[in-house]
Ligand binder design. Sequence first.
Ligand code: NI
Length: 243
Amino acid sequence: MTAPGSNLSKTNVVDFLMLITIPNVLSAADAAQARAKLEAADWVDGKVTAGYQAQKVKENQQLPEGSPLAVELGDAVLKSLARSPVFMSAALPLRVFPPMFNRYAGGGRFGSHVDTAIRQVVTTAQRIRTDVSATLFLTPPEEYDGGELIVEDSYGEHSVKLPAGHMVLYPATSLHRVEPVTRGARISSFFWIQSMIRSDSDRTMLFDMDQAIQKLAVELPGSPVGVQLTGVYHNLLRRWAEL
Ligand code: NI
């Protein structure tokens, strides 16, 4: 579903199979402005939204769900994502949880856990199945030590620490943690997506196929093979999508 000619291969969007980096969801300037507002906000203990197991390992702060600042900044994030072909192709979103915001400082961390499977949006009472997890980094990496997001999969552990305004998508089914922040503060937005494609591997195959189709459109413009593969992509989506 990416626009032809976007030439994703040169932007190194796909770091590895299941972790997908989406650069510039917010510009560096917009990320800095959001962070300035967040620094002045009233934070609460992050344990308020953690499940029983996660409560024991979660040491951070959060903006209260549905607070005016969270809604304002969250809407800006969602507007940007709606214009991102990579996000649409990678997540195939059905519902997106309103973005939340957290802050790690003074050794704060979030030990190894799997995200809660079903979450209810406070403001609308809508339930969302968390298929894909998203972290949007808002603090430039040079301003804090530690705070890496570590995602485990069958190939090992992957460490993620991105420039301000960049986002990572990873399977909500995976064990992950945030390393202790030992200098400065790490402010991020985090949220979940219920995908039209529940299975991580099916979603990944569709993403790979879409990427290949986009490359083909650049390398062999107007090729009937591209038309045929696009048809297969949509027919697989039609077969697998849950709405
Ligand atoms: Ni988590």
